[in-house]
Design a binder for this molecule. Structure first.
Ligand code: F6P
Length: 796
């Protein structure tokens, strides 16, 4: 409780929420008012005496003029009286003149300065010389007992009457009989000083007027002050409110686009304020994580609410757990597969059944009579239903059509697709086998089936044929090419028809969706609604939507189990015999020609060539898990990478220093995490990739906010991870420069970029990917149920 609140409470004064605000605003207004009041008082203090002086001068001038008038009016009488020695005659004239209320007294001095006549109130002690002295002053004032008087001395001029003229007013009589008068030779009369008229004007009225004027002036200043204060208070109050509202609007994020722009006075610091707010918001978001983060629990809730009671079946070629027979017995392995990385946490969250190829040497040993086994080992969250195939079938379906045909067809990575009739037949047969398994696993006629990837282009239509009510979500994990590239496939129509058996068809990016829709438009007679991104084909509608896939954000428990970054670095340095101050760049991929491994080696070579100072200090470690080694293309690619690695090491290697370490074996998840945490740079230079999860794993591993991601612009992930250093891997120079820049990047910049990358990956996690798809499926099913009910009402 503030002191002020206590004060109000103690005195029993009503203390409302607004009281404090009102007091604050009063304080603000006082800041304006105090200087105003002080200024007005000073103005009054200076102006009142000034005005006194000015009015006195005006009145004095006025009285002088009046004095001249009076003197002129009396001059003839005075002259006459003086020249005729009849000064006594002036008394009644003077007394009459002194009846004027402002004329206090009159006196007449002769030219020698003797006072000849005076009226009754003329002061006894005022002589002519003194009167003249006073009259010559700026302030000709004389203080008397009855109040001050203004002293004016005015010369009275006149001309003496000529000796012939006799008495004034008398004139020589003129005779009619007289001859023509002869012009007189007399000079004209000359004016001479007759005397000085001393006029004493009453000044009390001036004082009265001056006091009145001062009162008016003070009143005027007071009124003016009050009006100014009022205007100031109102303007200050309005401006203050305007500024407060403006600042609030800026803080709410309005004013950028909103028509209610904040006060223009705020413009100079509005940009700063917004920038600071954004910084704070970013920091807060990073610290808090996404508001409504997608988690396994949220996904489960979604399944319980929107797909309540619905069965979820996943279909993929690669199984999430492989049982292998070894000398030590059966061991369980996790495959190096982005698909498995993404789908497995979803399956753990929603249970259900996963149908996949049983490829492990001990897979058959652990399944039940229905070829099913509970996984993950130990927690048994869901069923894994294994599908068997012969080596020949695998050759045609998996190696042949899927990986020699569809894979290069969709990736457009300068490896020619190979299409064999026999492969196509095997592909069709295996797709049918998986479809049969799904149908067998379905408990009802409308399961939710999640079909994964390019191994199963025909599966959706096959399932739809038997289970028309099923909701089939097909996710295509690899890119979709443009219609021309896809057009070289001899079975393009069948593939498109098979895929359009899906209820929802998902790609990683809008770009791939667009390519697919254009391909259908080119090769099938279908109705496309671009606005809704739907394709109606043979009375069946498919929604084509982008769902960027991701990883499961590591849990707190998982993070806590990680070794510290320094320890990871030390372990990796010791294991590989690297220099202690090494700048460590890593790449983790399957040994696939689409991953751009050759291009990144070229970039490393160029880096060492262009900046020789890195020799001995820069090391690139490439983990490359062998994959599809049965295919020539993959074997020769691996050999080529090995040759290039050797060449670079021979060229730049020194005793105790090997610039490139090629680790061509599968690494378990923990080992990959350790490498990511030890690294300064992670390099992902795919020539074409649907999404690429390696870069997201790297970001998730760096809770220390260090490390730089160099990412290909041809990986779907580059659309989301804009804070990575984005490169064109075909441009060796550009990629080498990016490595150089990454190696020299200041820690603060690394922090900034990594924080942002982490909040993106954390928010756009795999549960969001699955959640969005399943939510769309839920809506779709609801719509289908409503339509079915409407039809029943219509027919009933
Ligand atoms: O990129 C698509 C994808 O299905 C990945 O999920 C996976 O890593 C790869 O292709 C397939 O690998 P494999 O042929 O070894 O299953």
């Amino acid at each position: 409780m503030s002191d002020l609140t206590k004060f109000f409470n103690r005195w029993g004064l009503p203390w409302k929420r607004g009281t404090w605000t009102a007091l604050k605003s009063a304080r603000l207004q006082l800041r304006f008012l105090l200087p105003l009041v002080i200024t007005l008082i000073a103005a009054a203090y200076v102006s009142v005496p000034l005005l006194d002086q000015v009015t006195l001068r005006w009145f004095s001038r006025d009285l002088n003029s009046r004095g001249v008038l009076v003197a002129n009016a009396l001059s003839d009488s005075v002259a006459d009286a003086m020249f005729n020695d009849r000064a006594y005659r002036l008394i009644p004239i003077f007394d009459r003149a002194a009846q004027d209320e402002r004329l206090f007294a009159l006196g007449l001095c002769d030219p020698d300065g003797r006072l000849l006549q005076r009226t009754g109130r003329f002061p006894d002690d005022l002589g002519c010389a003194e009167a003249l002295r006073l009259a010559q002053q700026v302030d000709p004032r004389l203080s008397l007992a009855g109040g001050p008087v203004h002293v004016g001395v005015h010369r009275v001029m006149g001309h003496r009457p000529s000796p012939s003229s006799g008495e004034e007013g008398a004139s020589e009589p003129v005779l009619l009989s007289d001859p023509e008068p002869v012009p007189s030779l007399q000079l004209p009369p000359v004016d001479e000083l007759v005397g000085n008229l001393v006029l004493l004007h009453d000044m009390s009225f001036i004082e009265r007027r001056s006091q009145e004027t001062s009162r008016y002036l003070i009143g005027l200043i007071t009124v003016l002050g009050l009006v100014i204060a009022l205007i100031t208070i109102v303007v200050a109050q309005l401006s203050w409110r305007g500024w407060v509202n403006g600042a609030r609007a800026i803080m709410r994020g309005e004013g950028l686009l909103s028509p209610l722009l904040p006060a223009p006075e705020l413009a100079p610091f509005a940009a700063d304020l917004r920038a600071r707010l954004r910084d704070l918001e970013d920091e807060y978001r990073r610290a808090q994580g996404p508001e409504a983060e997608w988690t396994a629990d949220r996904l489960r809730t979604l399944l319980r609410t929107q797909l309540v009671g619905d069965q979820v079946i996943v279909v993929s070629n690669r199984e999430p757990y492989i049982h292998e027979r070894t000398a030590d017995g059966i061991v369980v392995k996790r495959p190096a597969s982005g698909l498995v990385t993404a789908v497995e946490p979803v399956m753990r969250a929603c249970s259900g059944t996963w149908v996949a190829h049983g490829s492990g040497s001990a897979d058959r040993d652990v399944v039940d009579a229905s070829d099913r086994v509970r996984v993950p080992p130990g927690s048994d969250d869901y069923w894994l239903r294994r599908i068997w195939m012969t080596a020949e079938e695998e050759q045609g379906y998996y190696y042949g059509f899927a990986n020699e045909g569809m894979w290069p067809l969709c990736h457009v990575a300068h490896v020619r697709p190979v299409f064999r009739e026999s492969d196509w037949e095997a592909y069709r047969a295996i797709n049918q086998r998986f479809a049969d398994a799904v149908i067998a696993e379905a408990r009802g006629d409308d399961p939710v089936v999640l079909v994964q990837d390019y191994h199963f282009a025909l599966l959706p239509a096959m399932i739809r044929e038997k289970l028309p009510q099923a909701t089939i979500l097909t996710f295509w994990h690899i890119p979709w090419p443009n219609p021309e590239s896809f057009g070289i496939c001899p079975w393009r129509r069948e593939i498109l028809q098979g895929m359009l058996g899906s209820t929802i068809l998902g790609f990683h990016t809008r770009f791939h969706c667009k390519n697919f829709i254009e391909t259908v438009d080119r090769y099938l007679e279908a109705r496309i609604e671009h606005e809704h991104s739907t394709i109606a084909y043979q009375e069946k509608e498919t929604l084509v939507e982008s769902y960027p896939i991701s990883i499961e954000w590591p849990s707190d428990a998982e993070v806590a189990a990680w070794a510290p970054v320094a320890a990871c670095r030390q372990t990796v340095i010791e294991r590989l015999g690297l220099p202690a101050d090494v700048c460590l760049a890593v790449g983790v991929d399957r040994f696939d020609y689409t991953k751009g491994i050759l291009e990144r080696l070229n970039a490393v070579e160029r880096l060492l060539e262009k900046w020789p100072s890195w020799i001995g200090r820069f090391v690139f470690v490439q983990v490359a898990a062998p994959t599809r080694t049965a295919l020539d293309e993959y074997r020769s690619f691996q050999e080529r990478i090995e040759r290039v690695t050797l060449r670079i090491n021979e060229r730049f290697g020194r005793s105790g220093y090997q610039p490139v370490h090629l680790l061509a074996q599968h690494h378990e998840h923990d080992a990959v995490m350790e490498l990511f945490r030890a690294a300064d740079i992670c390099v992902v230079t795919s020539l074409h990739d649907g999404m690429n999860l390696v870069c997201k794993e790297f970001v998730a591993a760096r809770d220390d906010l260090r490390g730089v991601l160099v990412l290909s612009r041809f990986a779907g992930a580059s659309r989301e991870l804009a804070e990575a250093l984005i490169v064109n891997p075909y441009h060796v120079e550009e990629t080498a420069d990016a490595l150089h820049r990454a190696a020299l990047m200041p820690l603060a910049e690394q922090r900034e970029r990594m924080s942002s990358l982490r909040s993106t990956v954390r928010e756009f996690n795999v549960f969001r990917w699955a959640g969005r798809m399943l939510a769309d499926a839920g809506r779709w099913r609801l719509r289908a149920r409503i339509e079915a009910r409407v039809r029943r009402h219509q027919t009933g």
